[in-house]
Write a protein that binds this ligand. Structure first.
Ligand code: SF4
Length: 704
């Protein structure tokens, strides 16, 4: 850290990691980040976690891509075989002109020979709103279809599906900071102390002033549980059984808010009949939580003056992820815990701009602001704004569906901006084989990622502290990102690269600045009403929806009705659906995957951050000590994890919080890639894979 007064300039921007969206002051010395401090943003009030405070030096790592690269004619066969510090047997340097021409020609040739649908695009939640908007526009306008998606498909797609269906909006109904006005909060399938650490500080403060925290978490490693009034470690995959039993108690004991239900909802009577079968006694056997605890939790939630529900990917990443979220929505509606201070539904968003990228239309079935591609008026609006472009009315393919079509040879070219499907897709061996089959793969990134190993051309791009634009956090706060340091070498800002590529595939684009893109977005996005670039430059953050030029925006929404028919939210009954594969004698345990405090997603950034990598340098999994003993493995010894898809060997950490029949595996480590093991089975509504449940065999591995 050195002398804290020794810096040349200070730039206010946003942390590049999680969806909390902490505001930071980046101190710059000699065009490099000297150090970072938290400032008084609405979601962090000066606080930062270890990633925000110590994780920025990945941007100066020697592996940064600084020149465009083109695959050599005599390169070895495509595979996960490129050394990022010595890629020269596979790639050669190129000028920007040559690389962009080559990238565009490959895509245009495929479009000419096989049609537009032979090309698909993956954008990124790590880019700005403007970049996400441009990327989806390039695919929709340039290739005339909607096969464009990003990692929201892998995190909260099922939550958004349920929220859109039942509430009429895919975003949170209240900021997480509203917990200060609540007296009860449920946190289910989330581990905020590791994944949303600054949000977790607000949750802890809530308990210190007497708030009752209810943790529901099969994995058991929840850092909040010592602050909780209830800790329900239910059986993995049995969320619906537990939640329906809680709602059964609320219905049978008439604890629900009749006035709210009559005034603001529909479908209650059918729902009430449905829920009667899910008695706590019956569900206790299924979910593993005793009936009295279920009753007590139900009464606590229903009796609360104001209560909130927070959830994470433990809820969403299941084949029944949409049903899980439907239950949470119904629970809040039953008790009228929506639309008032201290109440609300809050899926904690993962990546720093997954909310904004989704808002900007980087998803295959909706245009910006979740306007359906199937709606003629929506298509007419975009035809007008996009100067005559016809929008395809058929919803596009999602991430896993696209990769399946690539594997089958139906999609032959891809443009991947900032995503890493060679690490992040379920059943990743299948995804890697698919990527190797592509005729033409354009990868735009800051590092030579596992996906870039398969590229035909690599375009060196920018990290968040090197770019300007806006991002939107989990709280619906649109915030200003400011360029603090220059891009290294010849690397360029992502929006510029997308624009140059668009022009080369024949699009008539003339943007000179992200601000022009933002102004175009405002033409179709009601969510940006009263939010201007100028305001963001001075205020740094404005929450949507925003009711006027002086309004900081609405932290709590839907107090006077929902954006659905007749202003009413809907109860949608859910049944218990088992996970896609059950443990058996060959694969007797349950594998669940997730993040660690120090590492971020596929590890491409945090494993190159000096402090973070020093704290958590080695791939590891967590197993109960009794289970390790049974296998004859010491804590710190190596185990082999095997599922129906593959096998990895990894160091085992003893953790008595993890259930004895479960193993937790972080997904940041390429040397033991979690997604070699995970199941690609999809939730039918959100099309999200079941990352949180695979049947696995765990055994002692040969020691190194
Ligand atoms: Fe960054 Fe999230 Fe940590 Fe805040 S909580 S500093 S946004 S990683």
């Amino acid at each position: 850290q050195g002398d804290r007064n020794d810096f040349d300039s200070e730039v206010k921007s946003i942390c590049p990691f999680c969806g909390v969206g902490c505001q930071v002051s980046i101190k710059v010395k000699d065009d490099k980040v000297a150090y970072v401090e938290g400032i008084n943003g609405p979601s962090n009030e000066g606080r930062l976690c270890v990633k925000g405070r110590f994780g920025f030096d990945y941007i100066h790592h020697g592996h940064r891509l600084t020149k465009p690269l083109i695959r050599r004619d005599d390169a070895p066969e495509k595979g996960l075989n490129v050394d990022p510090s010595n890629p020269w047997t596979h790639f050669r340097e190129a000028t920007w002109e040559e690389a962009l021409d080559f990238a565009a020609k490959g895509l245009v040739d495929l479009r000419s020979y096989y049609g537009g649908k032979s090309v698909a695009g993956f954008g990124s939640a790590k880019c700005t709103n403007e970049e996400a908007y441009l990327f989806q526009k390039l695919i929709r306008q340039g290739f005339k279809h909607n096969n464009v998606d990003h990692c929201t498909r892998l995190c909260h797609a099922s939550s958004v599906a349920a929220l859109m269906e039942n509430v009429g909006s895919g975003a949170v109904t209240a900021s997480f900071n509203e917990i200060e006005n609540a007296d009860v909060a449920i946190v289910i399938g989330a581990n905020p102390t590791e994944n949303h650490p600054v949000a977790a500080t607000y949750f802890k403060q809530f308990t210190k002033r007497g708030g009752e925290l209810i943790i529901m978490d099969p994995r058991g490693q929840n850092g909040l549980k010592r602050h909780a009034a209830y800790n329900l470690q239910f059986r993995p995959g049995m969320d619906v059984a537990l939640l329906n039993a809680i709602m059964n108690v609320i219905v049978e004991e008439k604890l629900y808010d009749r006035q709210y239900i009559e005034g603001f909802t529909e479908g209650f009577f059918e729902f009430r009949e449905h829920i009667r079968a899910f008695t706590p006694e019956r569900m206790a056997e299924i979910c593993g939580i005793d009936a009295e605890t279920i009753r007590s939790v139900a009464r606590t939630f229903a009796d609360a003056r104001a209560a909130m529900i927070f959830w994470g990917m433990g809820v969403s990443q299941h084949v029944h992820g949409t049903d899980n979220s439907r239950c949470l929505i119904s629970l809040a509606l039953l008790c009228g815990h929506v639309g008032r201070p201290g109440t609300g539904l809050h899926p904690l968003r993962g990546q720093n701009n997954v909310q904004g990228a989704s808002d900007a239309g980087l998803i295959p079935h909706v245009m910006p602001d979740y306007q359906s591609v199937a709606d003629r008026e929506v298509r007419d609006l975009f035809r007008h704004i996009w100067r005559g472009t016809e929008i395809e009315e058929t919803p596009g393919l999602t991430v896993v569906e696209i990769m399946d079509r690539v594997y089958r040879g139906e999609i032959r070219g891809m443009y991947v901006l900032g995503e890493n499907p060679a690490m992040s897709d379920p059943d990743v061996d299948h995804a890697r084989k698919a990527l190797a089959k592509l005729d033409h793969l354009v990868v735009q990134d800051i590092f030579l990622t596992e996906t870039a190993n398969y590229a035909d051309v690599i375009l060196p791009a920018s990290a968040l502290p090197e770019k300007s634009g806006t991002v939107t956090n989990t709280n619906r706060q649109v915030q200003m990102v400011r360029r603090a340091v220059p891009t290294p070498g010849e690397a360029r800002e992502d929006w510029e690269i997308v624009v140059d590529l668009a022009r080369r595939i024949g699009l008539d684009w003339d943007y000179d600045d992200p601000r022009e893109v933002f102004d175009e977005m405002k033409m179709s996005m009601r969510s940006l009403h009263h939010i201007t670039w100028k305001r963001l430059e001075t205020e740094s953050s404005v929450t949507y929806p925003c009711n006027g030029p002086e309004d900081p925006g609405q932290a709590v929404v839907f107090g006077d009705g929902f954006p659905r028919r007749a202003g009413r939210a809907k109860f949608t009954p859910a049944r218990v659906t088992p996970p896609a594969e059950a443990p058996d004698k060959d694969f007797p345990m349950v594998l669940t995957t997730g993040r660690q405090l120090e590492h971020w997603h596929t590890g491409s950034m945090t494993r190159r951050a000096t402090v973070l990598d020093a704290v958590e340098p080695e791939a590891n999994c967590s197993i109960h000590p009794a289970t390790l003993r049974q296998m004859g493995v010491e804590a710190g010894g190596r185990v082999r994890l095997t599922t129906r898809r593959g096998s990895v060997e990894i160091m085992a950490r003893a953790d008595r919080n993890v259930a004895p029949d479960m193993v937790f595996l972080p997904f940041a480590y390429v040397e033991a890639a979690a997604n070699i093991l995970t199941n690609a089975a999809l939730d039918p509504f959100g099309k999200i894979p079941e990352f949180k449940y695979s049947a696995v065999r765990v055994e002692a591995a040969d020691q190194p």
